[in-house]
Design a protein around this ligand. Structure first.
Ligand SMILES: *Cc1c(COP(=O)(O)O)cnc(C)c1O
Length: 393
């Protein structure tokens, strides 16, 4: 059956792809070894340094974010090396399993999945490693399964306070271009991202932003690698080329996305996401539900994970919003499957799209007969109204 109007893709990635990016990709694929490609290649490689806010190289893989996770580890850690991963949620847990499959001795710094990574816990953990055996600390910047962010600047300070020289690896797959991220300022050694979240592109590209220190480590360490090898990439990248066929049309889209982010202004992009996060949480509080993240300083501007009462299956609720309102909401993952649903408010998104999204949630709650206080959408609208002049004037 035809469903008129736009589908509301309100999962926290892939996010809605704006028409301008779709049009930018709608061109014949060019010869990736021809003379014209070099300009595009250099444009996106340099452009991504601006998005990561880094001076070191950014490598672009034709792969999902998972590929970039593997690349970060494979280029820097040898089999049996110790890595500590803060388990902020399902994505951190998947990254840990991936590391273990690669033969890395990955250990978990646990959390209750209701907070970002705690800098104090990290400091104690690293201090306890008196022999300095931990080679990498891995943190997820925006934990997409729980809607929590980790304060990377404070985590870097905690590493300094502990006097630990482990590499700092940060998964900002759903953080980049939505939540503030500053690779150089925070001295992140490997920043990892993907195309289908804040960057507003379809899935299919992923990134490693590499510090000088990580690059040095990669020259004398790492696992056996070829496809993921930074060195294989970096030499042709100098002139804007790739060692194998890049995802050319996605790169057209990436160039457009970078321009769009600068036209809006990165700080405005971050503020917009913060504001939509706050409006969403006001709706959730009014309905009478908890957010999965319980630490205010760690609330995600990218998505909000909402806990439903124990008696309710969140997946049944999501099926209703899809069936009646053509809106996809994110499911609960891992240990919170069925307990939460996730509202994505990231990427190419504005106030009325958020109002529509929250209306769909509130109508869905009524249809599903889930007990709640009606008027959450109004609470969000009040906040959006009060703060709208700060955005436009
Ligand atoms: C989406 C996501 C991933 C996984 O990326 P894929 O593109 O699905 O491989 C990893 N980490 C985080 C935080 C994510 O949001």
């Amino acid at each position: 059956m035809r469903r008129p109007g736009r589908h509301f893709l309100q999962i926290p990635g892939p996010s809605h792809v704006p028409d301008r990016i779709l049009r930018a990709m709608d061109y014949p694929t060019m010869d990736h070894r021809g003379p014209d490609f070099s300009e595009l290649g250099q444009r996106v490689l340099r452009g991504m340094q601006g998005i990561f806010k880094c001076s070191g190289p950014v490598v672009i893989y034709p792969a999902s974010g998972t590929g970039a996770w593997e690349a970060a580890l494979a280029n820097t850690l040898a089999e049996g090396d110790r890595a500590a991963i803060v388990e902020t949620g399902h994505f951190a847990s998947l990254w840990t399993q991936l590391a273990q499959r690669l033969g890395i001795n990955a250990e978990i710094i646990p959390t209750d999945w209701r907070t970002g990574a705690d800098p104090d816990v990290i400091e104690d953990y690293l201090r306890a490693d008196t022999q300095r055996k931990i080679k990498a600390l891995c943190v997820v910047h925006n934990e997409t399964s729980t809607g929590s962010t980790s304060r990377i600047a404070e985590i870097r300070e905690a590493m300094d306070a502990a006097g630990h020289s482990a590499l700092l690896m940060v998964d900002t797959i759903s953080g980049l271009a939505s939540a503030r991220y500053c690779q150089d300022e925070w001295r992140v050694d490997v920043g990892i991202s993907g195309s289908q979240k804040g960057l507003m592109l379809p899935p299919g590209l992923s990134f490693n932003a590499i510090s000088e220190k990580a690059l040095e480590v990669s020259k004398r360490s790492g696992l056996r690698r070829s496809y993921w090898s930074w060195q294989e990439m970096l030499t042709p990248n100098e002139t804007g080329y790739f060692p194998y066929t890049p995802a050319t049309n996605l790169l057209y889209g990436l160039a457009e996305a970078i321009d769009m982010l600068h036209e809006e202004g990165l700080e405005n992009v971050f503020a917009r996401h913060q504001r939509h996060g706050e409006a969403t949480r006001r709706a959730v509080a009014h309905w009478g539900f908890e957010t999965q993240c319980q630490v205010e300083a760690d609330y995600s501007p990218v998505l909000t994970a909402v806990r439903l009462p124990e008696s309710v299956n969140a997946d049944d609720f999501r099926a209703i919003t899809l069936k009646y309102f053509d809106m996809s909401l994110g499911n609960g993952l891992g240990q919170i499957a069925g307990k939460v649903f996730r509202i994505g408010h990231l990427g190419d998104f504005n106030d009325l799209m958020l109002a529509g999204t929250l209306s769909g949630v509130e109508m869905g709650l009524s249809l599903a007969k889930i007990s709640h206080q009606s008027g959450g959408v109004l609470a969000a609208m009040d906040y959006l109204t009060q703060t709208s002049t700060s955005v436009i004037d």
